[in-house]
Design a protein around this ligand. Structure first.
Ligand code: HEC
Length: 234
């Protein structure tokens, strides 16, 4: 019963994300990230430092060595900026991957589209009327909204069904996917810097427990041998 409830809750919660956006039934893309890939995280950190840190802070990484080597330092973060365009303060992104999830950020950064009615000139499938300009636009290119996208058999629509690339940016779609994956990998790292290390320790703990299990089994046999012998003698 509890399992059924959990499954229902999970299905329902993804549905809620979907209903929030411009397109009903929008399904999040799966972020193709490998959390143990430190090179990818470092590339993502560099991209963050040059493209995102003019607006977004990353306060919990202020003492992180990897972040500092990529140029993410507290003195370069816009901590003291009080007035922002349209009165919207860009949120701190240290824990963004915990709050929204990697798949959500990956989809968000892919789904900006041209909208002449917005002061920024763009809109977003996941956050309608977002105050964030399309910072990744020069790399990805320009996208337009697709009228009445066709859902798949399950009624799901992906971001690439809902928008169409009309003008490619400086990157090919494959290069752009990889760059955004690195960036999202870095944001996932920032929310949980010890993830890779914890998994590594967890692996050895399981090996240790497996060896212990075998040893305990033989120890138990050894003990019971005496108990049985004692019983037979009585
Ligand atoms: C010009 C300033 C600016 C830059 C540069 C910028 N952003 Fe933003 N970003 C914003 C603002 C403002 C918001 C809040 C949007 C809103 O709530 O309407 C935002 C929102 C976001 C959100 C969604 C937060 C949420 O949970 O709703 C994410 C994720 C994000 N930005 C990531 C990035 C990344 C990654 C980069 C670098 C590629 C970047 N931003 C560069 C201004 C900026």
């Amino acid at each position: 019963m509890r399992h059924i409830l959990a499954i229902l809750l999970i299905t329902f919660s993804t549905q809620v994300w979907a209903e929030e956006g411009t397109v009903t039934g929008l399904q999040l893309a799966e972020a193709p990230i490998h959390r143990a890939d430190m090179e990818s995280i470092k590339r993502g950190a560099k991209f963050f430092a040059t493209n995102c840190m003019s607006c977004h802070t990353m306060v919990y990484l202020r003492y992180d060595k990897l972040a500092q080597e990529a140029g993410i330092t507290i003195d370069k973060m816009p901590i003291n900026v009080k007035t922002w365009p349209y009165g919207v303060t860009p949120p701190d992104l240290s824990l963004e991957a915990d709050i929204r999830g990697a798949d959500w950020i990956y989809t968000y950064l892919h789904s900006f589209y041209q909208d002449a009615e917005r002061p920024t000139g763009v809109n977003n499938l996941l956050v309608p009327n977002t105050a964030m300009p399309n910072i990744v636009g020069p790399y990805q290119g320009e996208q337009v909204l697709v009228k009445d996208p066709t859902p798949d058999l399950l009624g799901h629509i992906r971001w690439y069904d809902a928008v169409k690339l009309t003008k490619q940016g400086t990157m090919t779609p494959e290069q752009f996917d990889e760059t955004i994956a690195d960036l999202v990998n870095f944001l996932a790292y920032s929310a949980e810097p010890f993830h890779a290390e914890q998994r590594n320790i967890g692996f050895w703990v399981l090996i240790f427990l497996a060896v212990l299990l075998v040893m305990m089994y033989f120890l138990k046999k050894e003990y019971w041998k005496d108990v049985k012998k004692h019983k037979d003698e009585q």
